[in-house]
Design a protein around this ligand. Structure first.
Ligand code: C2E
Ligand code: MG
Ligand code: MG
Ligand code: MG
Length: 292
């Protein structure tokens, strides 16, 4: 059926697969070194409130600047990290950096921005995953309510028996759970109904050119109202055009993320953006004070 063939087609064009086993082996060797030498950084893509246009938080995205290959895409190295078990250490490194950064920004700017961190199914292989996250929160001083765990359907079908327990426990501690890439899986709807997600992220494949395709627009409108009906927050991913943004606003989507609004930014660039935002807010709130 249509959904199945769509998924198969997407997999054929995975860049990582096209490059073959040699490439993969090279990545594996280099990734080991990259982990040891702390070569993998994190960039931050702002997530905006559709209504106010203000930054609500960020998604942490792994970035590898390889000494010889240059930029290596997470689409290439995350799957290798998953298959080799390196994702555990890598995931911990990214979690630490992202939490530390979020705490630093919130302190410095007196803000309540949140941080979304992607967590792979393979990271749930370790029953200690929650202990590790709690430890990271403690070490960085970030409150649990500022951390959002992004998981995909693959986590739920991974078969690890403790997944539900870990998610429930994480929520009890104040973290939020986001269902990432919503709509791309096989049975997204049943997962949406059966697991206690706080946020649904509508995949960018639905957002792309939604203004030009009425049936796509219908799907997105339905996804948004479905999520809202279940009292979930909604984020649209991959917004590249103002027309897409306008549609999402009309459909009542709460939050937006995409190149139109901001690319993922280096920590320095993100800090600069936050500084300039604060300046605007300060100027607006005290128009009579000439010092600002
Ligand atoms: P994702 O979690 O769905 O992340 C969103 C991806 O969409 C990111 O790609 C982001 O750069 C990209 N994106 C954002 N806005 C736009 C847009 O307007 N247009 C387009 N074309 N793309 C946009 P990125 O950074 O290459 O990451 C790809 C995937 O790799 C992520 O998908 C996630 O599944 C995985 N990943 C990235 N960082 C991590 C990580 O730290 N841990 C884990 N486990 N997975 C990660
Ligand atoms: Mg994500
Ligand atoms: Mg996504
Ligand atoms: Mg994705």
């Amino acid at each position: 059926h249509a959904k199945k063939s769509g998924k198969d087609r997407a997999q054929v064009f995975e860049p990582e697969m096209l490059r073959g086993p040699q490439f993969r082996l090279g990545i594996e060797t280099d990734l080991r070194r990259a982990l040891a030498e702390d070569q993998i950084g994190v960039h931050y893509q702002p997530i905006f409130s559709v209504e106010t246009g203000e930054i609500e938080g960020f998604e942490a995205l792994a970035r590898w600047h390889h000494p010889e290959r240059g930029f290596v895409s997470p689409a290439d190295f995350i799957p290798v990290a998953e298959d080799t078990g390196m994702i555990i250490d890598l995931g911990n490194q990214i979690m630490f950096k992202a939490c530390r950064q979020c705490r630093e920004w919130n302190q410095r700017f007196g803000a309540n921005w949140t941080m979304n961190v992607n967590v792979s199914a393979h990271q749930f292989a370790s029953p200690k995953i929650l202990e590790q996250i709690v430890h990271t929160l403690f070490e960085t001083g970030l409150e649990a309510k500022f951390l959002k765990l992004e998981i995909t359907e693959s986590v739920l079908i991974s078969g690890y028996s403790h997944v539900e327990e870990v998610l429930a426990e994480a929520r009890k501690l104040g973290m939020q759970i986001c269902l990432d890439d919503f709509g791309t899986g096989y049975s997204s709807l049943s997962y949406l109904l059966n697991y206690p997600f706080d946020v649904v992220k509508i995949d960018q494949s639905f957002v792309r050119h939604l203004d030009e395709d009425p049936s796509r627009a219908d799907v997105v409108r339905t996804l948004v109202s479905l999520a809202r009906g279940l009292k979930k927050h909604t984020v649209a991913e991959g917004i590249e055009r103002p027309e897409e943004m306008e549609c999402l606003r009309q459909f009542g989507c709460e939050l937006a993320q995409g190149y139109l609004l901001s690319r993922p930014l280096s920590p320095e660039a993100a800090t600069t953006l936050l500084q300039s935002q604060r300046k605007i807010v300060t100027m607006r709130s005290s128009p009579s004070s000439p010092e600002d």
